[in-house]
Structure formats: C-alpha cells, structure tokens
Ligand binder design. Structure first.
Ligand SMILES: C[S@@+](CC[C@H](N)C(=O)[O-])C[C@H]1O[C@@H](n2cnc3c(N)ncnc32)[C@H](O)[C@@H]1O
Ligand code: SF4
Length: 297
C-alpha cells in the first residue's frame, strides 16, 4: 500500500468553504491520521476557519509524548473527541490485532490527553481472545478517565470465523467472537434482502475524502475506489461491482474542490441507484434494519 497523505495546502484546495462544515472526522479508513506529517496543522487550521466539531480515530501508538504535547498545546479548546483503538487489556491480547503498537505507550498518550482536558474514548473491538475481558476493560476505562468505552463488533471476518496471518515468521489466528450481537448489528455480507436503502451520507450531507483527495459519499465506497486503482478485484460480488463502477469512470471527476465534486453526476446517479436497491455494497451497509455496530451493554 502506498504511503500517501494530504498536506494542509491540499486540504485548503479541497475545502474552500470551511465555514459551512459542521462535523469533521479523521477516521483513518485504511490509514492512521496521526501519521500524516501535517495532521496537527490541518486540524488547527480547520478549527480556526470552521465551526465544525471534530473526531479522530487513532491507534494512539504511532507518535511519542512530545508529539501529543504539541497536539494538546495547539488544539487546546478545540471541540475534538479522540478515539483510541485498544483491543485488549494486555500487550499480548491487544497486539494480536494491532501489530507494532505498544499498549503502555497508548495508555500513557491517552492519559496525557485526558489530563490536558481532552475527551478521549476507548474503542474496543471484540474478538474471541478478548471477549472475556470486557468487564475489566470497562473498569480500566473508568479508572483512567476515558469518557466512554465503545464495545464494537467487527464485520471484517466476512463469511469466515477466523483469519490467519504471518508476523515475523510466526503464524497467528484471529477468531470471531462467540458473543452474539443483540440486534442485527453486523453488515449483511451474504445476499442481503432489504426493502430500502437509507443513505446516511445523503441524510447527513456527508462526504468522505481519502488520503489522495478523492471524494465519495462515504468510506464504505471510497475504499473500493482505492481498490479499483490498486489492481485489486474484490472477493465478493458487491466489491467487484463497485470496483467495476469506479474502473469504468474517469476518476478525476471525483477529485478537486469539494463544492464542485459533489455536483458531479456520479452523486445523483448513485441516489437513483439507491431507489433500485443498488449497488449491493450500499444494500449491505445502509439497507434498512442494519449497520448498528455496537454490542448492547
Ligand atoms: C480502520 S481504523 C483506522 C484508524 C486508526 N488507524 C485506528 O486504528 O483506529 C478506523 C476505525 O475502524 C475501526 N476498526 C478497525 N478495525 C476494525 C474491524 N476489524 N472491525 C470494525 N471496525 C474496525 C477502528 O476502531 C476505528 O474506529
Ligand atoms: S454505503 Fe452507499 S448508501 Fe451507505 S452511506 Fe455509503 S453511499 Fe450511502
């Protein structure tokens, strides 16, 4: 995967009417927002010129204390919630999913932010290996001053129950949690049957801007725009369909100034497709009754 990021100048080119933005989330998608060299500059500028509230999802480990101090000093008073991805209460459990991250460093960074008055949430993805520690994690979250712990299911096993990977010459396995989500919270991966697509991006007037500046309604689509340019064909029909759609387009249309790109016919074409319950990816993500990712408390 290429190492690409937006600079502050790029962001200024894309967002020329920041005063109209209400909410900006640095979600990471395939990446990690704090790795971007101008991450703090970008948030600082956006906070100056827009009334938006911010959220940032981070692994919390990619930067040292000095960087976080700079973050605290420069963004003091900015309405930002920072979500730290911490998927275990011990280094061994946490790193089974999050390789190359240091649990102690993450807690230290989170506590530094909390001490400086920032609102920090703990995102805990549930796998089989960490499902029995949820109560302890909740207690730790309170003790450390996180404002909230989000216990989150993962749909990324797709139809499988386990995923294997190699790390430093060893084989590891991540297994699906045996906890049942209480409602239909997972995306419908296999042949969803839906009556309606409620496009959250349309409803909230949201867009997703990727690390190269391509603009799509949401990251669930944007990730396949990326795949379409990376020689990836997708395993499932819903993925192949979207990759095909993006490959058949001149993607330059989806890059540039935000106000202009959202008027591109792609956006109205997609709204029309939703009325026909297409594309399948949108069915899976925004078909009625689904896409609630949180387990019940
Ligand atoms: C992919 S991450 C990227 C941002 C950052 N690098 C991180 O690790 O949080 C964006 C969001 O996806 C969530 N996420 C990561 N892996 C996931 C998984 N397997 N299933 C569901 N959500 C996941 C994270 O908790 C985070 O809220
Ligand atoms: S997945 Fe499709 S329907 Fe859902 S927000 Fe994205 S574009 Fe809209």
């Amino acid at each position: 995967m290429a190492n690409v990021e937006l600079t502050l100048d790029d962001v200024k080119q894309i967002i020329d009417e920041p005063e109209h933005l209400e909410w900006i989330s640095f979600c990471g998608n395939y990446g990690e927002p704090i790795v971007a060299k101008e991450c703090i500059d970008i948030i600082e500028w956006l906070a100056e010129v827009s009334p938006a509230e911010f959220r940032m999802h981070t692994n919390g480990s990619a930067r040292n204390e000095e960087w976080w101090w700079d973050f605290c000093k420069r963004l003091h008073g900015v309405p930002i919630i920072i979500n730290f991805g911490i998927d275990g209460i011990t280094q061994a459990k946490h790193e089974l999913y999050r390789r190359n991250t240091d649990l102690q460093k993450i807690f230290d960074n989170a506590e530094l932010l909390i001490g400086a008055g920032f609102e920090v949430e703990w995102d805990y993805l549930v796998f089989k290996h960490n499902q029995d520690d949820i109560e302890t994690a909740k207690k730790m979250s309170d003790e450390k001053g996180f404002s909230k712990i989000n216990i989150i299911s993962t749909e990324r096993f797709w139809s499988k129950d386990a995923l294997e990977y190699d790390w430093k010459g060893e084989k590891y396995k991540l297994e699906r949690s045996t906890h049942k989500p209480n409602k239909k919270q997972l995306m419908r991966i296999n042949n969803p049957v839906v009556n309606q697509i409620n496009c959250f991006a349309q409803e909230r007037q949201e867009v997703y801007i990727d690390c190269r500046g391509y603009i799509t309604p949401c990251c669930y689509l944007g990730m396949y725009l990326y795949s379409s340019q990376q020689n990836q064909d997708g395993k499932f029909h819903s993925q192949q369909e979207l990759i095909g759609i993006f490959r058949s387009m001149n993607l330059d249309r989806l890059k540039g100034n935000l106000n202009e790109v959202v008027q591109d016919p792609f956006f109205s074409w997609l709204r029309g497709k939703h009325l026909e319950l297409q594309p399948k990816r949108c069915q899976a993500v925004c078909g009625t009754e689904i896409n609630r990712k949180l387990y019940n408390e």
